[in-house]
Design a protein around this ligand. Structure first.
Ligand code: GCW
Length: 841
């Protein structure tokens, strides 16, 4: 309900939007980068000559959307209401149309040779009138041109003498959503599904329309709407009318829908006794199914397939190959122009970890390289950027360089599964750029990943970019107002991978927060540094994200990757760390790269530091190129990382009053939380490596926490000490819990000098209870709060550990500091420690 009313409020604001200064407009983040906020007075002159009417040549849904968007944008930003004319301009106008339709009214207008979805912004004579023309080979291109034009105004760029051509790098620019039909989203961190609820498609699809608009605005032209761990019901005949509704809502924005399908559907819902791709009845079943879909959804995009992976059924059941499976479906889709995205994320998750040659990283290449050339032309192999699984740092997958006769798409993750789940700031375009620009030496000229996936290198008919997005019902779509930069960045890079991360950060910040130079600089700097900062306290030197891989993929869980079949091993023991993947002494994974790349990764010396532990097992005392030992690097980077996150908070606070209150507060809350959680990560990893290696931190920080008092060392009333598992996820390996309904307390006598202090209370916030906390000094209540966040945790540990900071507290020696906790349901008002330190100011 809350979201719907927010949405209404937003619509009302868009319709009756006043021209108030930006800083006072309350903003939920729902509008993302399409705010169309009033242009600053100084820049408004620049647009004085904008024509007063907009003419659209044609009357399709896409063109109508383009025209409406133009009106909406100009109204919001310039406060002018454009006249709308049809058929031909009656005065100087903005003319929107395909090349063909423009040529019909302006015979002197000559089309440019553009790829599908490209556009041309220019000025031309139309019926004797000098008009601003947005033209394209296709209607979708016209829509993209309108968005590009409006973006220029929002960023205060000149539109005088416009003559600009843009065209996409690749035809495939898709968003995937991992939405389940029950409304939950696998690895979604921005609320429940905008498509489904309780087994059906939602009655109100207004957010779907707004999502499609956001996607279109950055050139994304397709969306797979359901989880790749597919529910076969989505393919049932009775479900089709519901899919039709979603397709209808997407269509005006030029976004085609596709479906993730379960390969065993012919058996599960089709009544056959087999799903063997080579059984003619199975082929026939797919053909019929596909025909039915296209009858109702003529622009249907195709299917996404996850098979023989993480327990999904697949062709291996019948001894068939992925090519056999993909091709039978592709054949059914081919007459309709549909495609199959076959995911290369196929691996054995029951690997024997005791066998040193086993290596999950080898799986994609081993499974798919031998099939190069065996896939139909409307099959696209969808390949995750790295050989493991969306880690904070991985080398680029060698499979991109191992396919010459197969279409491919790179799969990136906008949803921050392993990169902080939208609670930690992590702007991913800098990482994606490294991947896309990497030269895999697949030929004797540069073969960068962006050229391999877009099909340029080996002249493939199709290919491109897929982003797993997972927006949800949260007002700001992804949960963190700054996280939408990743969706924006994905779209922009899919359109043009030659853009720099810096340009993308700049564009997004201007569109999202306006053109104030101080605001821009602060946010851009934070965004651009954030991936490396996140990496620095969660996954050092290519060891991958040291998170709980068996659970939430969120907090620290250093040993969770070891001694099990999942194959995300880092092999840290008391002497060293890293996976030896060399050909000479390791798993041989390095041999999957072409010679020049393999040569670089084969030796410790030539492997870049930030991937060292991905490729090699080294002692903790190993000296890096930077001159540090591995162990000291681990300590230093975690301390620096946590410190830099603390700095985000300071930087963000400098923007108070320059950013609207609502988003200011929402971002601040996330950053403060992150600053606390970065310390949880820092301490867990540093302490674990200290105990495991036995090598102390040269700077003496690890294990020494000035001002920290463990809850279990305080004077406890009702609270009982408990061991935390794994031990490194709580300070001192222990916490205290309260199981008395009326509450418990932990207290101490302050022993420092009189002065102003800040206190951090480290507690645990589970999602199965809402404990209350109160902190008093003497009889004076200084703070109270409810632990009601929705962290991915039902127990105390690294996922739930949370910090509350109380600042500017006057303390005198002998003061009693008392924390009271009142448990709720399964959450026992758990406390880890408090830290008292002199005030920062
Ligand atoms: O990263 C893993 C996720 C799974 C996901 C899988 C995949 C949809 O943890 O939740 O399943 O990848 O990409 O198929």
């Amino acid at each position: 309900m809350r979201h719907r009313s927010l949405h209404k409020a937003f619509l009302a604001a868009a319709l009756f939007g006043s021209m108030q200064a930006e800083s006072v407009r309350a903003e939920s983040g729902y509008e993302a980068w399409l705010r169309y906020a009033p242009v600053e007075q100084a820049a408004r002159e620049r647009y004085a000559s904008l024509p007063a009417s907009v003419v659209v040549l044609g009357d399709s849904a896409v063109l109508a959307a383009a025209q409406r968007e133009m009106i909406r944008g100009v109204q919001g930003m310039l406060g002018k209401t454009l006249r709308t004319d049809k058929g031909q301009p009656l005065g100087r106008s903005i003319v929107l149309g395909t090349f063909e339709s423009i040529h019909a009214v302006a015979p002197d207008f000559h089309a440019r040779d553009l790829r599908e979805d490209g556009f041309w912004l220019t000025t031309a004579e139309v019926q004797g009138l000098r008009c601003l023309v947005i033209a394209a080979p296709t209607e979708r291109g016209v829509l993209y041109g309108v968005f590009a034009f409006l973006s220029k105004i929002a960023r205060n760029e000149s539109i005088a003498a416009l003559d600009e051509v843009q065209q996409p790098y690749a035809p495939i620019r898709w968003a995937d959503q991992w939405d389940n039909l029950d409304g939950r989203i696998e690895r979604g961190y921005g609320g429940p599904s905008i498509f489904f609820d309780n087994g059906t498609v939602r009655a109100d699809l207004s957010r779907v329309a707004d999502y499609a608009r956001l996607l279109a605005s950055v050139g994304i032209n397709g969306c797979a709407i359901n989880n790749v761990n597919a529910d076969p019901r989505a393919l049932e005949d009775s479900f089709l009318p519901q899919l039709v509704r979603i397709a209808d809502v997407f269509r005006p924005w030029g976004v085609r829908i596709s479906l993730a399908v379960d390969l065993s559907s012919p058996q599960l819902i089709g009544g056959l006794d087999t799903f063997d791709p080579l059984d003619p009845r199975v082929g026939e079943w797919w053909r019929k199914k596909v025909d039915e879909i296209y009858q109702r959804i003529p622009d249907f995009g195709g299917f996404v397939v996850k098979a023989d992976s993480e327990g999904r059924m697949g062709p291996s059941t019948y001894g068939r190959t992925p090519a056999d499976a993909a091709n039978v479906i592709a054949q059914a889709l081919q007459p309709h122009g549909g495609v199959v995205f076959y995911r290369a994320f196929v691996y054995n998750h029951h690997l024997d970890w005791r066998e040193p040659k086993n290596d999950r990283a080898k799986a994609a290449y081993d499974n798919f390289h031998p099939l190069d050339g065996k896939f139909a032309d409307n099959v696209i192999l969808q390949i995750k950027y790295g050989p493991i699984d969306f880690q904070v740092r991985e080398p680029v997958s060698p499979l991109f360089g191992g396919l010459e006769k197969t279409n491919q798409a790179i799969e990136l993750q906008v949803t921050q599964e392993y990169t902080g789940q939208q609670r930690h700031l992590c702007f991913l375009p800098p990482m994606w750029k490294e991947m896309l620009d990497f030269d895999l030496h697949a030929a004797n000229y540069a073969t960068r990943v962006k050229d391999l996936v877009s099909g340029k290198t080996f002249h493939r008919p199709t290919g491109g970019f897929v982003g797993v997005v997972n927006v949800g019902m949260d007002a700001n779509w992804l949960g963190h107002p700054l996280a939408m930069a990743n969706l924006y960045g994905f779209g922009r890079l899919a359109w043009d991978p030659n853009l720099s991360a810096q340009t993308i950060a700049e564009e997004w910040t201007q569109l999202t927060f306006g053109n104030d130079p101080a605001v821009r600089r602060t946010i851009e700097d934070m965004q651009l540094a954030s991936w490396r900062i996140y990496e620095s306290y969660t996954g050092p030197l290519g060891a991958q994200t040291l998170t709980d891989i068996l659970g939430s993929h969120y907090g620290p869980g250093i040993e969770s990757s070891e001694n099990n079949g999942w194959g995300q091993w880092h092999r840290a023991d008391h002497q060293g760390i890293g996976m030896d993947r060399s050909v000479a002494t390791g798993t041989g994974y390095v041999g999957q790269y072409r010679a020049p790349v393999a040569k670089m990764f084969e030796s410790v010396e030539s492997t870049p530091d930030d991937l060292l532990l991905f490729f090699h097992h080294v002692p903790y005392t190993h000296g890096l190129h930077s001159g540090k030992t591995v162990i000291q690097y681990i300590y230093d980077s975690h301390y620096e990382g946590a410190e830099r996150v603390a700095d985000y908070v300071r930087k963000w606070k400098s923007l108070k009053g320059y950013v609207d209150e609502e988003r200011y507060a929402a971002v601040l809350a996330r950053l403060e939380y992150q600053a606390g959680h970065a310390i949880v990560w820092r301490d867990a990893i540093c302490n674990w490596f200290l105990r495991t290696s036995g090598i102390p931190d040269a700077k003496g920080r690890v294990g020494n926490y000035p001002g920290r008092i463990e809850a279990e060392a305080m004077h406890l009333r009702g609270y009982v000490p408990v061991d935390v598992v794994p031990w490194e996820n709580a300070s001192g390996g222990q916490a205290v819990e309260c199981s008395q309904r009326q509450g418990c307390s932990a207290s101490l006598q302050f022993a420092g000098a009189a002065g102003s202090y800040e206190i951090d209370v480290q507690y645990f916030d589970q999602n199965n209870g809402e404990s209350k906390f109160r902190i008093s000094v003497g009889d004076h209540l200084v703070d109270e709060w409810v632990a009601n966040d929705h962290l991915p945790a039902t127990k105390i540990g690294g996922d739930s550990s949370t910090r509350r900071r109380i600042t500017g507290l006057a303390l005198r020696p002998g003061d009693e500091i008392r924390i009271e906790g009142i448990p709720d349901r399964e959450e026992h008002a758990p406390l880890d420690y408090i830290e008292i330190r002199p005030s920062e100011e």
